[in-house]
Design a protein. Structure first.
Length: 242
């Protein structure tokens, strides 16, 4: 989170400089970043997947499955609106990280998940309110709209987090975050296609270096190459020994 804050500050600083404000001496941004230990992304295992989806509340299951198949970020899934869709063409317009709006392809499974949603408002994914709540304001002074038990409302970060945590705990799955669904989608796509460029496009990464985090799934190719090389080397060595 410290590094993300530095990214924001750096962007503001550069904007100010381009606008010809006197910003003083530019910081050495690289020296400010904290080192983050690299580790392979967490992938959802088959047994874990079954257990989590069996435990998920009905009003969250399709949204979670959409995230797992598509590799979209949580905010992109929650923010999907009916007006963004062209199901006949299998396309959706979404605002991705950074603010850009892009057109993304939808496969048959994603179209089916969307078609399964009740059309009760502008957003595709909704949840069923569990407790009636009067209109008020939260601790930060933001308006908190009224909610009626049993009614459907646009899926929120909070509602999704509650249902996700319930399912994960019930399934006894440790160390797996909602964002790891995106990691799982990435590894599965790369494993199936063996193509870094395609995986980068699906995830809407701006830099291929980010997508390369998932390159560990190509280790099987390395093993096959080693086996192929060994199959040629060993007979030659045997013949040389004779």
């Amino acid at each position: 989170s410290v590094n993300r804050e530095i990214d924001i500050l750096r962007a503001i600083w550069w904007c100010a400089k381009k606008a010809r404000f006197d910003i003083g001496e530019m910081p050495e941004w690289r020296a400010l970043y904290l080192r983050v230990a690299q580790q392979p992304p967490r992938e959802l295992q088959s047994g874990e997947e079954t257990a989590i989806f069996d435990a998920l509340a009905d009003d969250a299951r399709d949204a979670v499955m959409f995230a797992l198949i598509s590799g979209w970020r949580k905010g992109e899934v929650i923010g999907l609106r009916w007006q963004d869709l062209d199901l006949a063409r299998g396309e959706a317009r979404t605002r991705i990280k950074g603010g850009d709006i892009v057109v993304r392809p939808l496969n048959a499974a994603l179209v089916a998940l969307i078609a399964n949603q009740p059309k009760v408002g502008p957003f595709v994914f909704t949840y069923v309110c569990r407790k009636t709540r009067i209109e008020g304001r939260d601790k930060l002074g933001r308006k908190s709209p009224a909610r009626r038990k049993g009614e459907r409302y646009p899926l929120t970060v909070t509602a999704l987090r509650v249902r996700w945590d319930e399912a994960r705990k019930a399934a006894e799955v440790q160390g797996f975050r909602f964002h790891d669904l995106r990691h799982t989608a990435a590894t599965r796509i790369l494993r199936a296609t063996q193509n870094i460029a395609t995986t980068k496009k699906v995830l809407r990464h701006t830099r291929v270096e980010t997508t390369m985090r998932y390159a560990h799934v190509l280790d099987d190719d390395v093993r096959d190459a080693l086996d192929a090389g060994m199959s040629r080397t060993i007979p030659e060595q045997v013949n040389a020994d004779k």
